[in-house]
Design a protein. Structure first.
Length: 338
């Protein structure tokens, strides 16, 4: 089976490529490297011993995308390609709607032209919006997204759902990620945000390796266990394995199925800071800062559906997440820009 990963050189995509190769799939990557590095391909070969097909293209470019399907019999697609910065999406909403939706429309149109009827989509817990009670369940109301990035994910879920309803035999799995963190155990691939990280874990890892002076803890007056924000962190390798399970499910079913991919429990910012200190062997300096606009106090997944139907659940602990993040960051202090 040959699988196309759009955005496959990215953080989640590259870790998924490792797990798909291990599961015996042939993997082709389409990526424009707008938020990833070509270096990832050689790291993937070092980990898997396999050379992955690569097309350096904008997935929204149908002519370029058709070439991928002309030259490869693609059995299924995992669609990662898309912009994903929450604060950037607030600043430049039109580029987020243009890019994230155009890539999806082009992909679905080309899949249709080449008879490819299986897709796994990289969605996000942000689609539950700001009013959903936690733990989040897949059949809950969605909407009230707090930023354009989250709306693009929800709109794409709708587009795929409507397309599946119109296309006999089409199979779609929508994966709602919680907070992916950590890195492959080899330390050869990991999270490498372009600029100053928005997300907690890559920010902590850069403080730990000395690239940033201290962490700003955005608020310690939330109604949570220790006053700091609580999230459902999931090891990126567990998330990647969830994609392999979703792919297998998609190939055996038709219609649309939604799954939360989370660990099913909440960890606070300060708990993560303490776990990271243990992993790296020194303190992580931090300062309490004002709350960040748009942040929720707490949310985490009800991950039982993926366990019951896909036979998947997150196995790694918070200590594993910090250990593997530190292993990656300490071996690659400048990320892929060595
Ligand atoms: C986690 C907690 C912050 C940075 C976002 C997207 C979501 C997904 C994951 C793509 C919060 C606190 C953070 C910092 C801090 N991305 N924090 N200091 O906001 O839960 O989710 O990333 O799919 O779609 O919305 O993740 O890592 O930014 O924040 O105190 O420097 O860490 O307040 O409580 P978030 P995050």
């Amino acid at each position: 089976m040959k699988i196309l990963l759009t955005g496959g050189a990215g953080y989640i995509g590259s870790h998924t490529a490792v797990e798909l190769a291990a599961a015996g799939y042939e993997v082709v990557i389409a990526d424009n490297f707008s938020n990833s590095s070509p270096k990832v391909l050689e790291r993937l070969e070092m980990i898997t011993g396999k050379r992955f097909g690569l097309y350096e293209i904008d997935v929204a470019d149908k002519t370029a995308l058709k070439k991928v399907f002309e030259e490869n019999k693609i059995d299924a697609v995992i669609h990662f390609a898309g912009y994903k910065s929450v604060p950037e999406s607030v600043k430049v909403p039109l580029s987020y709607y243009r890019n994230n939706i155009d890539t999806t429309l082009s992909l679905l149109e080309v899949m249709g032209e080449y008879g490819c009827n299986n897709i796994v989509f990289s969605s996000s817990a942000t689609v539950y919006g700001t009013k959903a009670p936690y733990p989040y369940k897949e059949d809950m109301e969605t909407g009230n997204c707090s930023n354009p990035y989250g709306w693009t994910k929800l709109f794409i879920e709708r587009i795929i759902t409507d397309y599946a309803a119109a296309k006999e035999g089409f199979s779609a799995v929508l994966l709602r990620y919680f907070n992916p963190v950590g890195a492959h155990e080899s330390g050869l691939i990991g999270e490498d945000p372009r600029d100053i990280p928005n997300n907690l874990m890559p920010y902590i890892s850069r403080v730990a390796v000395g690239k940033l002076p201290y962490l700003n803890v955005y608020g310690n007056d939330y109604p949570t266990k220790d006053g700091t924000g609580v999230r459902d962190y999931i090891h990126v390798t567990d998330l990647a394995k969830g994609h392999a399970a979703a792919l297998d499910f998609a190939e055996k079913h038709s219609g649309v199925e939604i799954f939360n991919l989370g660990a099913g429990k909440g960890i606070s910012v300060l708990e993560m800071v303490n776990a990271y200190s243990k992993a790296c062997g020194h303190d992580i300096p931090y300062k309490i800062a004002p709350r960040r606009d748009g942040d929720l106090a707490e949310f985490y997944a009800d991950a039982s559906k993926a366990n019951v139907i896909l036979g998947w659940k997150a196995e790694h602990s918070v200590d594993d997440m910090c250990r593997d993040s530190w292993n990656w960051q300490s071996k690659n202090p400048k990320g892929y820009n060595e």
